[in-house]
Design a binder for this molecule. Structure first.
Ligand code: GLU
Length: 467
């Protein structure tokens, strides 16, 4: 059996974190089993579905690297097929026209409530003989009235629902359009899904879908209902928690590798391990190990994960992800050090990609102002002489590299009989404009000799002008 899974978003908004996690689990499972991962866009709600949101979902999946083998299949292009299946169910006696008016249905429910019964459609049109000719009927599925439906859920275990709990679901509206549960069933059958992995907010639909599948003589896939994600306040994750689309995580400087790793752990575990390479994810992921209880989103942990990946990913991979941020922050790196060298210098201390770019500007651009607090502290009378001594030593270097730079700084300290703590901070401020930078040897090396010397001269002038 070839495993086949799908991600079936409704394009009514961004690809949010919960959807991305469901997509990840489906993708991982298919990849792990050497199977097929399909994308299906459930766009039958024409009022709420938008082209922008289809784009946003595709963009989010691409950013996360969740490549699909089949699709995107758009449900709105399959109405003929749904009509065919609805007709098939009518022909086999598994579906029937329902002429009940809204008033009739309301009255039915009122009576049921008064009798302390669960409101449900009582199936009266199954046997209706007098058909009003001024009503466009809906079509209902004839749900079995006896027996149980068992969901063999790989996450939650067997779930048994008595058919008496279910009623005859509308599968076609009076205008003939199919309803959600019908389209999902037809697609899952036609696309040959072996495993349906989705949010547990769909669990109430599953027994109904299984019954329709059975009526159509189709094989029922395995199900894995993934619990929802909560915010850190225990409430269902929503925009309030800052959980908008996955692309917002890109904008905020997260690496997709870190987001993926964070997401796999959010609701699945393998012992205490936190960081998983792609190979490890594929080797260790099992649907059975998805947690059956909801998990809470934790931004601090995501930040931690991001830093782990920032430290460990190959420089070229980080450089690739950095492109968007360089453009977004309008930092032109065409003149200056190789970006991979800057990444290596910064990756251990940067909070994320936004921060990495923001704190790397001085490698590529001269600046007009200094960090004010540091300037008040460092640029004092007498410091201009220290900077001049450094300038002389550095200027004399014939080969510009971290070792020689460090040696020049050290010998300046010796000659002036000053500790590095007196010499380093003003030099750093002069060359970087801020009191935070990688080691001076690395910083100066990356800034380059010409710009280093120019900036030291400028700092000396600034100090003199201040005095
Ligand atoms: N379109 C549904 C949603 O976005 C998913 C349906 C399914 O996975 O079966 O919630």
């Amino acid at each position: 059996m070839t495993v086949k899974t799908r991600f079936a978003p409704s394009p009514t908004g961004y690809l949010h974190i919960g959807g991305a996690r469901t997509a990840l689990y489906s993708w991982l499972y298919a990849r792990k089993k050497g199977g097929v991962f399909a994308l299906r866009v459930e766009d039958t709600d024409r009022e709420r579905s938008t082209e922008d949101s289809v784009e946003a979902i595709l963009e989010g999946m691409e950013w996360l690297g969740l490549e699909y083998d089949e699709g995107p299949v758009f449900q709105t292009q399959r109405f003929d097929r749904y009509a065919e299946v609805i007709q098939q169910l009518m022909d086999s006696g598994d579906a029937y026209h329902c002429y009940c008016s809204r008033e009739e249905l309301d009255e039915m429910r009122e009576k049921q409530r008064a009798n302390k019964q669960k409101p449900r459609y009582d199936g009266r049109c199954r046997t209706r003989t007098e058909v009003p000719d001024d009503v466009q009927p809906v079509i209902r599925f004839k749900n079995p009235v006896e027996g149980d439906v068992v969901i063999k859920d790989l996450v939650k275990g067997d779930i048994v629902i008595n058919n008496r709990e279910l009623d005859d679901l509308i599968i076609a509206r009076s205008d003939g359009t199919p309803t959600y549960n019908l389209t999902v069933v037809v697609d899952d059958i036609d696309m040959g899904m072996t495993h349906v992995i989705r949010g547990d907010d769909h669990i109430n639909n599953t027994p109904r879908q299984i019954n329709i599948m059975r009526a159509l003589g189709a094989e029922v896939p395995a199900f894995a209902h993934v619990p929802m994600i909560l915010g850190d306040d225990g409430k269902r994750l929503s925009k309030r928690h800052g959980a908008v689309g996955v692309m917002q995580y890109r904008d905020e400087g997260y690496l997709p590798e870190a987001v993926l790793n964070y997401l796999i752990r959010l609701g699945w575990s393998h012992g205490d391990q936190e960081v998983f390479s792609r190979e490890e994810m594929l080797e260790l992921f099992e649907l059975e190990n998805i947690h059956s209880a909801a998990s809470a989103f934790n931004t601090e942990k995501l930040n931690w994960m991001n830093q782990q990946y920032l430290k460990s990913l190959p420089g070229d991979v980080i450089a690739g992800h950095l492109q968007w941020h360089l453009e977004n922050q309008a930092l032109d790196i065409s003149n200056g050090p190789a970006i991979n060298d800057v990444i290596d210098a910064q990756r251990d201390r940067a909070k994320g990609l936004v921060d990495l770019v923001a704190t790397s500007r001085y490698f590529y651009e001269d600046f007009d102002s200094y960090d004010e607090k540091a300037m008040n502290k460092q640029f004092k009378s007498g410091v201009d002489d220290i900077l001049q001594a450094l300038h002389n030593k550095l200027d004399a270097l014939t080969s510009w590299n971290p070792e020689n730079i460090q040696a020049a700084i050290n010998s300046t300290c010796e000659e002036l009989d000053l500790k590095l703590g007196k010499v380093g901070p003003p030099l750093r401020l002069a060359v970087a404009g801020t009191p935070m930078s990688p080691g001076l040897d690395i910083t100066l090396n990356l800034v380059g000799k010409e710009h280093t010397l120019q900036r030291i001269t400028k700092a000396i002038e600034t100090i003199k002008a201040k005095m």
